[in-house]
Write a protein that binds this ligand. Structure first.
Ligand code: ADP
Ligand code: MG
Length: 614
């Protein structure tokens, strides 16, 4: 069977996503491959399809035990003979997995690195193994953000199966990480398949942070009843935000490493099974989350690097439907990250320098009034297509949507000079608050005692208001015209050499002015953006289909997205299939799924389910 036929029959998809076919072909022809595709790019299919092709056994090494069972469930929904072997397995499924493996029934086997390295599987695997896939392959690299020492030993195991092809998969890989993967896993003359990092269905927004809770709540309120993740910096922030969101009636739970294992497991489980809309978490949360209909990710604090941001925000919209990523920026977050790194004596100087650059990059991303899709693509050394088409913009970030406006060049320069000269006047002896007061013309004891109320800059930005002035100061810090220095106890604001040069019109400056985001949207985002053809009746049907899917999932003990994706339900709501054949034509509904759930969905579409649903 051609790969396309397998794709249609098993998964119900009419065509491959970018580079999937190349990856599948390499595997089927026994060649090694490195596959770099963004989150939601469809990496699983690259090794699952070869398993479905019936040539032999495919083993997948994955660091995420928590995720394995869901992956196995999803593969089984596509009709694959899939199992997992890891330390958390109960006796019965473990025995079954071994039976299947020994009798040669298994097509796809997920293992943890430890499980593989234990060695006792080598013999049975060596008989049938055609492909060894290593998922989350960036974990082999020191340069990555999730280094796992045991990943360094995977090659030992792979070398036991010289005739099996190798496939390494990851979502984020800078050139250094890529090199590391190729070397550490011993890929032999590999096909290197690097996809475009852009996620066109994500709408990126970055705003200066003014009132953290209020801004978070606003962003949450745009998505009633939908899944979202709120990331905050510290455990305390997480607890506080979660408690206040709960007070506002938001269905949410906190998640951080300080909570008990059981509490964390429960929160994750409820979120994945759609019993909870929002998780408020530190970055401890996420690696093991495959809920595909996360409709928004909010960063209440600035993350440590663009890589972190891409990884964390990337958990939104894996199903390809529109999703929102909002970052609340404050230069003080960067200072906090820097402070933590300075304190860490185990960090070698070159790591500290790398961190410094990372902070600068994320600061620039979050505060420059420049297309955010474009900036992200550039960060990962990729061209951004629409930027080349006459500066039309992406249509999917606060800048291109006209929510954040860049000040015209002349005005930006003038504004910057006003702020810089105030800082210059203060000679680096005061904090940001003091300089803000000066610019806003707020009288105060210290200001008058210093005679600063008589300065020319006193009140020179009164009209602009505090939020704008603070935002500009952050932008000037990120662009290195100002710096914050720690002098004993207090952070002090100081003009840099570049700042002094800018005052003499040497240097480029960009300043943005955020407008208010549109708020109070009622309709689920997924529907609004899926196309103008979605009617109220479609929407009502979609909601009913989701409820029925949840009931099915509850009964089967698997997450709803494993049954089928939101995108498939949405298409059903619009197409209203009335026969199993028509249902098969819906994207993502393969033969097995139609067999198992077709009747139920067809009943809902036909309105025959009234008492059963909800
Ligand atoms: P990744 O591991 O790259 O983040 P997944 O393998 O989890 O991505 O796939 C993301 C989503 O894309 C899944 O819902 C999957 O069913 C869907 N998908 C995979 N391949 C295709 C395809 N060829 N056409 C449409 N959807 C696909
Ligand atoms: Mg994946």
């Amino acid at each position: 069977m051609e790969p396309e036929e397998v794709l249609k029959k098993r998964w119900g998809y009419a065509s491959f996503k970018p580079l999937q076919r190349e990856a599948v072909t390499a595997a089927l022809e026994g060649r090694d491959a490195l596959v770099v595709l963004p989150t939601g790019g469809g990496k699983s299919l690259c090794y699952q399809l070869p398993a479905a092709a019936g040539k032999g056994l495919v083993v997948v090494v994955s660091p995420l035990i928590a995720l394995m069972d869901d992956q196995v469930a999803a593969a089984r929904e596509a009709g694959l003979a899939a199992d997992a072997l890891h330390s958390n397995l109960k006796a019965a499924p473990r025995r079954e997995a071994y039976d299947n493996l020994n009798s040669g029934r298994t097509e796809l086997l997920y293992v943890s690195p430890e499980r593989l390295l234990a060695g006792d599987l080598y013999e049975v695997l060596s008989k049938r193994l055609v492909l060894a896939a290593v998922d989350e392959a960036h974990c082999v690299s020191h340069w990555g953000h999730e280094f796992r020492p045991e990943y360094r030993r995977i090659k030992e195991a792979l070398d036991r199966f010289p005739s099996a092809a190798r496939m390494a998969l990851t979502a984020t890989a800078t050139p250094a990480v890529r090199e590391d993967i190729l070397a550490q896993l011993g890929l032999r003359n590999p096909e290197v398949l690097i996809g475009h990092p852009d996620r066109p269905n994500l709408v990126y927004r970055a705003y200066p942070r003014r009132d953290q809770f209020k801004q978070v709540l606003e962003a949450v309120r745009r998505h009633p009843g939908e899944g979202g993740i709120v990331y905050a910096q510290t455990r305390k922030d997480v607890e506080r935000l979660a408690a206040r969101l709960k007070e506002e009636g938001v269905s949410c739970a906190p998640y951080h490493a300080g909570l008990g294992a059981e509490e964390r497991r429960q929160a994750q489980h409820d979120f994945v099974n759609e019993r909870l809309d929002v998780i408020v978490a530190t970055i401890a949360f996420g690696m093991g989350i495959d809920r595909s209909n996360v409709r928004y990710v909010i960063h209440a604090n600035t993350p440590r690097s663009v890589e972190h941001y891409q990884q964390e925000s990337g958990r939104a919209g894996r199903d390809g439907l529109p999703a929102d990523c909002t970052l609340l920026f404050s230069a003080s977050d960067l200072a906090a990250h820097r402070w933590l790194a300075q304190k860490d004596f185990t960090l070698p100087p070159e790591r500290k320098r790398a961190l410094e650059k990372q902070l600068k990059d994320i600061g620039r991303y979050a505060s420059a009034p420049v297309c955010r899709h474009g900036l992200l693509a550039a960060h990962f050394s990729a061209e951004y297509p629409t930027a080349a088409q006459g500066g039309e913009g992406c249509g999917a970030c606060d800048v291109c949507l006209g929510e954040t406006k860049g000040l015209p060049e002349g005005e930006a320069r003038l504004t910057a000079k006003k702020i810089l000269s105030a800082a210059w006047r203060c000679e680096g002896r005061y904090g940001t608050g003091y300089v803000v007061n000066l610019l806003l013309g707020r009288p105060g004891e210290r200001v008058s005692a210093n005679g600063h109320d008589g300065l020319q800059v006193f009140g020179i930005l009164r009209e602009a208001g505090e939020p704008a002035v603070r935002g500009w100061i952050d932008q000037l810090i990120v662009q290195e015209y100002l710096e914050v220095t720690e002098d004993g106890e207090y952070p002090l604001l100081r003009i840099t050499a570049a700042g002094r040069a800018l005052c003499q019109d040497r240097g480029e400056i960009k300043l943005g002015l955020p407008a208010q985001p549109a708020k109070g949207r009622k309709k689920p985002k997924a529907l609004r953006l899926a196309g103008s053809g979605v009617t109220e009746a479609d929407e009502a049907l979609f909601t009913r289909l989701r409820a029925v899917r949840r009931a099915l999932a509850d009964k089967a003990g698997i997450p709803p997205y494993v049954i089928c994706q939101d995108a498939a339900l949405l298409e059903m709501a619009q197409q209203r299939p009335s026969t199993p054949e028509a249902l098969l034509a819906i994207k993502g509904m393969g033969e097995k799924r139609v067999q198992k759930y077709g009747g139920v969905f067809l009943d809902v579409v036909a309105g025959r389910d009234a008492p059963a649903a909800e």
